[in-house]
Design a protein around this ligand. Sequence first.
Ligand SMILES: *Cc1c(COP(=O)(O)O)cnc(C)c1O
Length: 373
Amino acid sequence: MKPIKMVDLLGQYQRIKPEIDQAIQQVLTATEFIQGPPVRQFESALSTFLDGAHVVTCGNGTDALQIAMMALDFEPGDEVILPVHTYVATAEVIALLRLVPVFAEVNPDTFTIDPAGIERLITKKTVAIVPVHLYGQCADMKPILEIASRHGLKVIEDGAQSLGADYFSDAVRAKGCTLGTIGTTSFFPSKNLGAFGDGGAMITRDEKLASRLRMIANHGQQKKYQHDIIGVNSRLDTLQAAILSVKLKYLSDYATRRNSVASFYDDHLNDSPFVKTPVRATYSTHVFHQYTIKVQGVGRDSLKNYLQEKGIPTMIYYPIPLHLQLAYRRAGFDEGAFPITETLSRTVLSLPIHTEMDEEQLSYICETIGRFS
Ligand SMILES: *Cc1c(COP(=O)(O)O)cnc(C)c1O
């Protein structure tokens, strides 16, 4: 049996090596390493994939969130609501811009922001809601968009883990990241569309906003040496864009493969008394960036250690909730403030899932979990 890994970037590369190598070689000989033609070509291909929404690439997914918030002209002290169960980047850019992160509890089954808890967090200073499409499934966007429109708030979708997931309800059906004011994503190597380094993108249906995002990502300039607004330097490398254009063609296939792995786990772990398999929301497709179970009745860490001894890696996303992180203690929350998220931090476990897993590995993982006592 092949060794089991959380991600298998080498195996994924080897399946499309000739195409990738050719794309890289072309960039090396053209030598337009910064903002070469492959960057716009990739933006245009991703735009097509996202049903025509405007795409502006940047240096990474964290920058994408930051530039999005810069483009919306928030003032220091303005409040931004985000789920407390997320990766630190979501909160970090809010704090960095001297905005105030306002944590919201998540739904224990879908792991995404609970719309029912949002409205009571809204004050006169609230300017935006940032739903995070965690683990590869969209947050419940319809009620979030309704709340936002009732209160005149912007919506920034953090789609770093969900590129390719669709949201649907009676009122809307669309690609995740195209429903709110701005969507953001990441091309970190282990994400569903992974580069061979850092990368990120912002997505919007608003053409004016798209050019503003593009300006901010490029030192606030539209014309060289003419700086109309304060910007940053955040670019997707030409090399990464060329690689991503090749991999984008396989993104739907990657999602199918991840879904097969997830279905195998569903089928073989459902009977385990201490495993709660992830819930599939009725309003979203799932691209399974992570397959995250909840461990019940036994210690999560003892299961994790047992699997480690059997050669099965697992990860905990995320072991310490944001409100209990030292950097975010200023918000003044203590243990007990977000009981659902705190329980998740003690019970979630992400199993290996990637595009290269085979049935032998999957059977071994499920049988090994089945033998745990
Ligand atoms: C990965 C990730 C980011 C940040 O992306 P980078 O490209 O690593 O900066 C932001 N939000 C979430 C939810 C992520 O998973």
